[in-house]
Design a protein around this ligand. Structure first.
Ligand SMILES: Nc1ncnc2c1ncn2[C@@H]1O[C@H](COP(=O)(O)OP(=O)(O)OP(=O)(O)O)[C@@H](O)[C@H]1O
Ligand SMILES: Nc1nc2c(c(=O)[nH]1)N=C(CO)CN2
Length: 174
């Protein structure tokens, strides 16, 4: 049985856009996972210790794996893309978080879904709201749109950056 899963992506080291694209490519290559939709890219002020600004996005996956298995694969992708675990909430080439698992709450020692910080994070809720504004938070009982409405302002802006820069798209010109 497959389920819709929302994964948050963030990068604030090196070529942020390339890291997001590389992570998306890796996600699309996982057996039993299909990438359904991608949000816009958002440029956001760092939450936590002083560090460079982030590029954030959310993707919707159709996933036939267990949440625990997907987490292991996401952590391998982070490792492959050069992620070092040095500082809690510190700078990273790529961060992949399971934000929502449709119809399921996970409360394991190593995995909590919905992500425990989601409702506080405009950098995750803004892109998520593009894909699923009416998605209901199963613990808080409010939709993504309502969670965003309650949140204090944070510096999160839709970025000019795109998943596929125009130069790499096939041209329509003859
Ligand atoms: N929903 C989730 N998605 C991803 N990791 C999770 C989730 N719930 C718990 N974790 C756990 O969080 C641990 C720390 O992850 P990570 O190093 O990415 O944290 P962080 O990015 O610094 O902080 P945050 O998880 O708040 O974004 C992981 O080893 C994983 O076991
Ligand atoms: N703007 C922004 N700030 C963060 C982010 C992030 O993705 N975007 N991730 C963090 C740790 O997961 C800590 N702080």
């Amino acid at each position: 049985m497959s389920t819709i899963v929302y994964v948050g992506l963030g990068s604030n080291e090196g070529d942020r856009e390339s890291h997001l694209v590389a992570a998306l490519t890796a996600l699309s290559r996982i057996d039993a996972v299909a990438v359904l939709r991608c949000s816009s890219l958002f440029d956001s002020a760092p939450v936590g210790p002083p560090q460079p600004r982030y590029l954030n996005a959310v993707v919707a996956l159709d996933c036939a794996l267990s949440p625990q298995r997907l987490l292991v694969i996401l952590q391998q992708i982070e490792k492959d893309l050069g992620r070092r675990r040095e500082q809690h909430w510190g700078p990273r080439t790529i961060d992949l978080d399971i934000l929502f698992w449709e119809g399921q709450v996970v409360a394991d020692p190593h995995l909590q879904v919905p992500h425990l910080e989601l409702h506080k994070r405009r950098f995750a809720l803004e892109p998520l709201a593009e894909l699923a504004p009416d998605l209901l938070h199963p613990v808080l009982g409010t939709t993504v749109k309502e969670l965003l409405g309650k949140l204090a302002p944070q510096d999160v802006r839709r970025s000019e950056a795109t998943w596929w820069p125009e130069a790499s798209l096939p041209s329509n010109e003859t």
